[in-house]
Design a protein around this ligand. Structure first.
Ligand code: AMP
Ligand code: ZN
Ligand code: FE
Ligand code: FE
Length: 282
């Protein structure tokens, strides 16, 4: 059976693997295709696509947009046009908002005497800099044992270096993904700690804005949980998707392709997404 991974982060956001290296790893793992789904950016796609051409691994352009509903909700977009004029200004707004927040976080740390500058953070971590990067930096400085510890003590909401940022709404995120030619998908539904009624409310809210798929296979989800999500997707007429949420050494327990164990996403899911996006295989 041809296997794929439709949820992969790279150095374009908070992953530690360069886009081309993620494709090399996919080849090693025997995957037929991956989707690059960086947080709030499509800038990793071009490099991954070039590597994919060379290595014979299909690379799908994707994105994962962080939104707020009652709590955090992530919306994946597949087959978005990376050059879309619709996406660019919106993603630029997200980056500018992050930049303003990051400058404030840097100022708080610098005021405590930490050797950190905004320019250093940009140089080291690129365009989409977030709290995971600050956490990694605090670990490097020896101020925290690991990223989780850095969150718990310094950058989690309410801690001394935390500053809030703004979010796109679910509606707007789904709308811009669709207008950029993509298929909007609800990411990792169990991460929101909702009961069945709550999840159904979220799905129905997203569907009112044009949601077309739901991530049913995901790192750490049991066979029972996946079966429940697949049944729910079937009931609502949503396309099933699946992926590991690979981040490289930033989340070392998650392996590309197989997740935290025996994740196996069938190629068929990609064919259905492609069809929904109205795209031909190239
Ligand atoms: P940001 O968008 O810059 O505020 O960072 C949010 C990201 O930080 C999320 O997508 C998570 O990956 C990560 N994160 C948030 N809270 C925690 C936490 N308590 N422990 C570890 N990682 C977290
Ligand atoms: Zn991430
Ligand atoms: Fe996510
Ligand atoms: Fe993710």
């Amino acid at each position: 059976m041809k296997r794929i991974d439709l949820h992969v982060h790279t150095t374009a956001s908070d992953g530690s693997t360069a886009p081309a290296d993620a494709v090399r790893l996919a080849l090693e793992r025997g995957l037929s295709a991956i989707a690059v789904t960086d947080h709030d950016t499509v800038s990793g796609y071009a490099e991954a696509a070039r590597a994919g051409e060379t290595l014979g691994v299909e690379v799908v352009p994707g994105i994962e947009i962080s939104t707020r509903y009652e709590g955090p909700v992530h919306i994946l977009g597949y087959f978005v046009d990376p050059a879309s004029e619709v996406l660019r200004p919106v993603l630029d707004w997200v980056i500018r908002d992050r930049d303003a927040r990051n400058r404030k976080m840097v100022a708080l740390m610098a005021a405590d005497g930490l050797p950190i500058t905004y320019e250093d953070m940009q140089r080291r971590y690129g365009e989409v800099v977030g709290r995971p990067h600050f956490a990694a930096f605090l670990v490097e400085l020896g101020l925290a044992a690991d990223v989780q510890d850095a969150f718990d003590r310094f950058v989690e909401k309410g801690r001394k270096y935390y500053m809030p940022r703004s979010f796109l709404s679910i509606e707007r995120s789904i709308e811009i993904i669709a207008r950029a030619g993509g298929v909007p998908v609800l990411a990792h539904p169990f991460q929101y700690k909702l009961d069945d009624a709550g999840l159904r409310r979220l799905i129905e809210h997203c569907m009112a804005s044009g949601l077309r798929g739901m991530e049913c296979l995901y790192s750490g989800y049991t066979a029972e949980q996946s079966a429940y999500l697949l049944a729910l997707a079937g009931e609502y007429g949503l396309l099933p998707t699946g992926g590991s949420d690979y981040h490289g050494s930033a989340k070392p327990h998650i392996r590309l392709g197989t997740g935290t164990g025996s994740l196996a996403v069938p190629y068929e899911y990609l064919e259905r997404l492609r069809e929904a996006a109205g795209k031909q295989k190239t």
